[in-house]
Design a protein around this ligand. Structure first.
Ligand SMILES: [Zn+2]
Length: 465
């Protein structure tokens, strides 16, 4: 029998949507075999996952804002990928805005890839941006391997990334349908938003400024345009559960539509957000408890395809702007590292098994981005794996999270479940015990790779098979 590099044995391995005993055999960074839990294999290294933990595929997060370059003091590739690895995430797709330049041109994509390549501890892909200035000229970014295009239907929060009006949304969908790409949409209708300047420290005024109707109106427009053009469309960060029936109906009708929500919408409710606690500000906003219940129904019945972080940090000063004024503070939540634990904590309280939520952290977001090779433990797949201990209890301390700025909506929360170890291509990139020696190659370079839409691995300036 040929000698194998690494065997990971677990009594509960997440395979084909259920837990089974298995031994995962890894050679050359890939999964080369999956055999019986107790089968004898000669290996250089064998890892036994203890009975109180499960073996998962590395998680996939298709919605992360890394602000490097340009706003690197908000978040950078090194800190974001280390946080991701600590949360069991081995692949994420970077959003096209909040860095400068925004990823709306080929040149900007090349700049982002050049700064990401030497700092990435996990694998990273990129979304392009569809803005008024580049409509009609999306093909170069598509050809360069972006996974699709993001647009806003309301002001984005940064001046350099403009939003599309309804005619431009239609035009973008037509162009994207012709390319065979996908349009991912921040769906709020600006005509129904009232956020102009300071709103004060009470959460209610902020919540009222971004009503459910603004999401519903924009989502209707996206469904309409997707239906007419045949483009693949994706609703980002759904907060308004009242829009789920329209989404369900569109999917049933055959519209090429997917939808994501985020851990904060599934775990936090407006009623519990204290005055001035602008670390909870995000757009669309976190709504009330009855809305959260309906979002959970959408998770359980399969309407919601993915749960992704929408990790969108800023400096502490900007996040606390105006002494916690919900109108002035930066809108975005830092949750990259704690997503699975946060959602599992809430799921468990609701009697929902871990198996139900795991696809939304793995194959779901992978499919949203068209990343077919990741998010599952399968022969031939890259050996991205995570050990998760569902019964471990952790109290989140924002200062200990690995993203750049020590502020998070999850600070102080007591969560069930902890990632104990993460492997990227069979190398340890996070170990709760502190051993991350495998995170770098012999030259001291982080081992994350840049991904393109075609699933090939891209070094800066070249493409390898
Ligand atoms: Zn976002």
């Amino acid at each position: 029998m040929a000698q194998k590099l690494l065997v990971v044995r677990a009594g509960r391995t997440f395979l084909d949507r259920s837990f089974r005993p298995a031994a995962v055999v890894v050679e050359g960074g890939r999964i080369v075999d999956i055999v019986g839990h107790r089968d004898r294999i000669i290996a250089e290294r064998t890892v036994l996952v203890p009975d109180d933990a499960v073996l998962l595929p590395g998680l996939v997060d298709s919605h992360v804002h890394v602000n490097e370059p340009g706003r690197t003091e908000w978040e950078g590739f090194r800190s974001a990928t280390l946080a991701a690895a600590a949360g069991g995430v081995t692949t994420f797709v970077d959003m096209p805005l909040n860095s400068i330049p925004a990823t709306t041109t080929l040149e900007a994509l090349e700049i982002k890839r050049a700064v990401a390549a030497p700092s990435a501890y996990i694998d990273i892909g990129f979304w392009g941006g569809a803005v008024p200035e580049n409509l009609g000229a999306l093909a170069p970014l598509h050809d360069a391997g972006v996974f699709g295009f993001k647009c806003f239907l309301a002001p984005s929060g940064v001046d350099e990334f403009g939003h599309l009006d309804r005619a431009q949304l239609d035009a973008a969908m037509e162009e994207i349908a012709a390319l065979g790409s996908r349009l991912i949409v921040h769906a709020e209708d600006p005509a129904l938003l009232h956020d102009h300047g300071a709103l004060g420290r009470g959460y209610d005024a902020f919540l009222a400024s971004r009503p459910p109707a603004s999401e519903a109106s924009a989502i209707d427009a996206v469904i309409d345009a997707a239906r007419r053009t045949g483009a693949r469309a994706h609703i980002l960060h759904l907060s308004d559960a009242g829009s789920l029936p329209a989404i369900r109906a569109a999917k049933a009708e055959g519209v090429a539509l997917t939808v994501e929500t985020c851990p904060h919408y599934l775990t936090i409710v407006a009623e519990e957000i204290p005055d001035g606690a602008s670390e909870f500000k995000c757009c669309p906003p976190i709504r009330d408890a009855s809305n959260r219940d309906l979002l959970w129904a959408g998770v359980v019945d399969g309407t919601i395809d993915a749960i992704v972080s929408d990790h969108s940090p800023s400096t502490v000063d900007l996040k606390r702007a105006g002494d916690g004024d919900f109108g002035l503070a930066w809108g975005g939540i830092s949750g990259l590292q704690v997503g699975l634990s946060a959602v599992w904590t809430e799921a468990r309280d609701r009697g929902i098994p871990l198996e139900t939520i795991l696809p939304l952290f793995t194959t779901g977001p992978a499919a949203v981005a068209g990343l077919d090779a990741v998010g599952r433990i399968a022969v031939g797949a890259p050996a991205h794996l995570a050990v998760f201990a569902p019964d471990d209890v952790v109290r989140v301390d924002a200062r200990e999270l690995r993203h750049r700025n020590p502020i998070s909506a999850y600070d102080g929360r007591v969560l069930s479940g902890r990632v104990r170890r993460t492997w990227l291509r069979g190398r340890v990139v996070f170990d709760a015990g502190g051993d991350t020696a495998g995170a770098m190659d012999a030259a001291g370079v982080p081992g994350g790779r840049l991904l393109s839409r075609r699933g090939t691995l891209v070094a800066v300036g070249e493409e390898a098979s």
